[in-house]
Design a protein around this ligand. Structure first.
Ligand code: GAL
Length: 689
């Protein structure tokens, strides 16, 4: 980001979320001094502070944030200023109740918590434009301000909207998409169960229906519509801010939530995306899964998702204390070392700015147990000492800033299929197993990977950066995407697809082609029959050259087509024992694999081994499965992060001489990484084996 004072490739910075409106003003100077002493040089403010700026309709007051920003400037503290639209004030929702969101049964989501508005109310849009313009005009040129956050966590907590304004806007969205009702009826297959529409006024956002099963094609378009609503809401704000902000000041938003096409939002409105990382969710009292081998390491999956939108990103909220609302999410405090570990997890994946949530724990409201760095009293504590140590460490990682996460393996994604999974349990069942299975296997075999979104056309060269691509269950396959895949494989790439590929069109309607539809030719595969694995059959097993792999959930029964197609594996269980389960097809210079099942961790790890992509850095470092390896690269120099998530010491072997960046010394051979410990090594280009 050219000219930016944060995330500019020169250093990694730390900051913190602060709520000046939660504390007596007399505390501000001391709080800022203590932040700066701890190495926290940027604060994010104002995301829920509409009433501080417009206490009554049309009455704007700036004294509060003028004082705070002037103080910040005097102290040398940088500020990320937010638009306050996540929490419309009581005067607003009372006077204009139509701005409230509604649940599917039509009940209003009332004032008293947050995110109670809908994106499509014209009056809310207008009031938001007003407040955003007032704030941007007042603070856009303030010297302390370095960037802007839009709203707070679009779609957090609730990603569905059923107000009257949503129905009105949905009709417009559909008219634009389909032109005529006839086209809409065809796209949604409304002839089924006599749903045919004869007037646009008969079309609604999904409503409560018998058996809670609305038309699936309508539902899919509805998720697209929600994304469209959020994206246009964000863009309206971003366009206003850009008219007022200083060159180099960035516009961002925080978090990743459902029903949002972040690729589009980034392209239209954001300089970069920021994420809110709370790995301690893994240890909440409800939902803790002792059998999950990943636990807090699962947040690396989310960070990879953020990177797919924004290769350069920041963390707007990094966990620094226990989670907990008074109503849910009870969790223990981070153990010594974990604040450092989770901060480094973010940096390892490409974050160059980390802002902790929050400075002091709030003494009132729903989040009294969502702890910040400091507890209620603000007394010095262990967590503040750890954060201060992190800032010393981050200073030593200066040269890492601006480097890019490096991966040779990709997992393909697209919103059609992501949203189809929400509509279609058959799809979701295989997808959830495989998304988890691939992540776990890649992590345990220390294979850095990227998520790659097929939203915009990608050239064979862009996709060709990846030696292997997995596209586990692309139920919806479009001609554009099929062409990208064909080109990638024909140019020499390796693509792995799993069961249930290519049986739907973009509306989520099933195609009448022989399956796997648009992937048939490239994979050299025909699917004459398919079934869920019968629940009384036990595991569905496949023999792959003597190796037994599980093909759970759903099985496509395969048959090879053409000279390039080779059967590599057959089912060994059930009535279809002996039927092909894995086909490899030579296509142009590359190879496409079609596997008849889903990919749980053990199956995915067999694929990594057989494809020769496990442990890609094995001649530099060997480490136990419980440690993550992440690699960032800049000008040919590599930065290797070893992250130990386990409550025990890990033994790691360095097979070549590396520089320990935190110790600033050369190191090789066997080393120990303490529990929750992190090491960061640099590997010179000339020393790369
Ligand atoms: C985030 C949110 C913060 C705070 C935090 C803890 O989702 O952006 O405002 O609520 O979670 O609940």
């Amino acid at each position: 980001m050219e000219g930016s004072r944060l995330i500019n490739g020169e250093k990694i910075d730390l900051g913190v979320c602060y709520y000046p409106e939660h504390w007596d003003r007399s505390l501000w100077p001391e709080d800022l001094d203590r932040m700066l002493a701890a190495g926290l040089r940027t604060v994010r403010v104002a995301e829920f502070a509409w009433s501080q700026l417009e206490p009554r309709e049309g009455e704007y007051t700036y004294e509060f944030f003028d004082s705070f920003l002037d103080l910040a400037q005097a102290k040398g503290m940088q500020v990320i200023f937010c638009t306050p639209t996540a929490t419309p004030p009581a005067w607003l929702t009372e006077k204009y109740p139509e701005v409230l969101n509604r649940d599917m049964e039509g009940h209003p989501i009332c004032h008293g918590s947050r995110r109670h508005y809908n994106y499509n109310s014209p009056v809310y849009r207008k009031l938001c434009r007003n407040i955003v313009e007032r704030s941007a005009a007042r603070y856009g040129r303030h010297p302390a301000v370095v960037g802007w956050q839009l709203d707070n966590e679009f779609n957090c907590e609730n990603d569905t909207f059923y107000s009257e304004s949503d129905t009105e806007a949905f009709r417009l969205f559909l008219r634009e998409r389909y032109g005529t009702l006839e086209n809409l009826n065809r796209a949604w297959g409304t002839v089924f169960w006599n749903q045919t529409y004869t007037d646009w006024g008969e079309v609604y956002v999904p409503r409560k229906t018998n058996t809670n099963s609305p038309n699936p094609h309508q539902q899919l378009d509805y998720y697209r519509f929600i994304s469209h609503s959020v994206c246009t809401f964000a863009k309206e704000q971003a366009d206003i801010i850009r008219r007022y902000c200083k060159p180099g000041d960035f516009i961002t938003t925080n978090g990743m939530f459902g029903n949002i096409d972040y690729q589009r939002m980034k392209a239209e409105s954001l300089d970069l995306l920021m994420y809110d990382s709370y790995p301690n969710f893994a240890y909440c009292l409800d939902g803790y899964d002792p059998g999950d081998p990943m636990k807090d390491r699962n947040w690396s999956r989310n960070l990879a998702e953020v990177r797919a939108v924004s290769p350069v990103f920041g963390i707007m909220e990094q966990q620094s204390g226990a989670n907990g609302w008074n109503t849910r999410m009870e969790a223990p405090t981070p153990r010594p070392g974990q604040i450092t570990l989770w901060t480094m997890q973010s940096i390892a994946h490409g974050a160059d700015y980390i802002s902790y949530f929050r400075w002091r724990t709030c003494t009132f409201g729903t989040e009294i147990y969502w702890h910040g760095i400091l507890d209620y009293s603000g007394r010095e504590n262990r967590r503040l000492r750890e954060v201060t140590q992190v800032s010393d460490k981050v200073a030593k990682l200066r040269e890492v800033a601006g480097s890019r996460y490096e991966a040779k393996v990709g997992i393909l994604r697209d919103y059609d299929n992501i949203w189809d999974c929400r509509v279609d349990r058959w799809h979701e069942r295989v997808e959830s197993v495989s998304q988890n299975g691939l992540f776990v296997a890649l992590q345990q075999a220390h294979v850095p990977f990227d998520y790659v979104y097929l939203e915009n056309p990608l050239t064979p060269e862009e996709l060709g950066r990846y030696e292997v691509l997995f596209y586990p269950h692309a139920s919806i396959l479009t001609t554009e995407r099929a062409k990208m895949l064909n080109d990638y494989v024909a140019a020499g790439g390796t693509l792995v697809m799993g069961c249930r590929t290519g049986y739907k069109d973009q509306n989520g309607k099933c195609v009448t082609d022989y399956l796997p539809g648009l992937a048939a030719q490239m994979t050299g595969t025909d699917i004459p029959e398919y079934s869920f694995v019968p629940p009384d059959q036990g595991q569905s097993m496949v023999d792959w050259d003597g190796v037994q792999v599980e093909a759970p959930v759903f099985n496509d029964l395969l048959s090879p087509v053409g000279d390039g197609a080779e059967v590599l594996g057959v089912y060994t269980s059930g009535y279809y024992a002996g039927t092909p389960a894995l086909i490899r097809n030579t296509f142009g210079k590359g190879r496409a694999y079609y596997f008849g099942g889903a990919f749980p961790p053990a199956t995915a790890s067999v694929f990594l081994r057989k494809l020769g992509i496990a442990e890609p850095w094995g001649n530099v470092v060997t480490l136990p499965a419980g440690c993550e390896l992440a690699v960032r690269e800049k000008n040919g120099k590599r930065y290797l992060f070893v992250l130990n998530y386990l409550p025990e010491t890990a033994e790691v072997t360095l097979r070549t001489e590396l520089t320990d960046l935190l110790e600033r010394s050369p190191v090789s051979g066997r080393i120990e990484v303490e529990k929750y410990g992190v090491r960061v090594f640099s590997l010179e280009k000339s020393r790369q084996p």
